[in-house]
Design a protein around this ligand. Structure first.
Ligand SMILES: CC(C)(COP(=O)(O)OP(=O)(O)OC[C@H]1O[C@@H](n2cnc3c(N)ncnc32)[C@H](O)[C@@H]1OP(=O)(O)O)[C@@H](O)C(=O)NCCC(=O)NCCS
Length: 261
């Protein structure tokens, strides 16, 4: 996603609303009060008209005579989407998960997660997964559940100077060229019990941020038709049907131009 291009399209009013909502989300705190210990207020020091609009949209509510406002569940959900769109880390996810490169001793966990997340015809084999982890651990970003130290999900890839996807990347880790210009993404996996809280999106954005620092040009992936919309929302562009017959299925090739962000 080209953040500057998208930001330019927003009106001043919309930008103020979105930025206020994100600030309210990021600065909310736990109230140490026996009557409302589950509520998370945020201080009300923002433009009152903006707060009123956000309340009309049911993204927050403002109790009378209080110095605080409270985000609704819709408000928190929307704030999380905006944080991803603005390429800002999600506080909740950063508190719950550690994002880092995989360690060799976590290879067995990654193999198991791949088998849980993908059907046999699509999943990476144990041998290929272990070779990939041995060859390019720095391109294997994991989200570790801080409560138990286990992997909750990951995104992995190989670097190359090629621009288009071919199935050999799935099976031949020797194609990895450490200083390659582009990344061929090979798998985005989130265990079922960790889904629907924005973890996949955060993995993609963390990966993007990291590879932007490494001066890469483009991320390339293949996905089935039913995931095209998901990747588009993350900023990828659909390049149409890919030159891939992996698992005997039809794949779309999607790309993300990192140099534009
Ligand atoms: C697909 C997958 C990685 C999503 O993980 P997740 O952590 O639940 O995803 P997120 O919560 O970050 O959701 C990000 C966006 O993708 C959408 N999305 C999530 N799962 C989806 C699915 N199975 N199909 C279509 N869209 C999906 C969400 O609606 C969300 O969009 P929203 O913000 O507008 O609501 C996870 O379900 C998984 O591991 N599935 C099996 C493996 C797989 O299919 N990987 C991708 C293959 S290319």
């Amino acid at each position: 996603m080209n953040m500057n291009r998208n930001m330019n399209k927003k009106s001043r009013k919309q930008a103020v609303e979105e930025l206020s909502l994100m600030l309210l989300y990021l600065t909310r705190f736990q109230e140490n009060n026996e009557y409302c210990k589950y509520l998370e207020p945020s201080w009300k020091g923002y433009d009152f008209d903006t707060l009123n609009v956000l309340e009309q949209k049911e993204l927050l509510y403002q109790p009378k005579k209080s110095k605080c406002v409270y985000l609704s569940e819709e408000g928190k959900e929307y704030a999380r989407k905006l944080l991803a769109e603005y390429h800002l880390a999600d506080k909740d996810l950063m508190e719950k998960y550690e994002f880092r490169s995989i360690r060799q001793e976590e290879a067995e966990q990654a193999v198991l997660i791949e088998q849980i997340c993908f059907p046999p015809n699509e999943a990476c084999s144990e041998k290929c997964m272990k070779e990939r982890i041995a060859k390019a651990p720095e391109l294997f970003l994991v989200a570790v559940d801080k409560t138990n130290g286990k992997l909750a999900g990951f995104l992995n890839g190989l670097a190359t100077d090629e621009y288009s996807f071919r199935d050999d990347f799935f099976t031949d880790a020797d194609l990895h060229k450490q200083d390659g210009q582009n990344i061929m993404l090979l798998g985005l996996d989130v265990l079922p019990e960790y889904r629907k809280q924005g973890l996949a999106r955060e993995l993609v954005f963390q990966y993007l941020r990291r590879e932007r620092e490494n001066d890469r040009g483009m991320l390339v992936l293949t996905c089935l038709q039913n995931k095209v919309k998901m990747y588009k929302k993350m900023g990828f562009v659909d390049r149409g049907i890919a030159d891939s017959t992996w698992g005997g299925e039809e794949w779309h090739e999607m790309t993300y131009r990192i140099e534009f962000i």
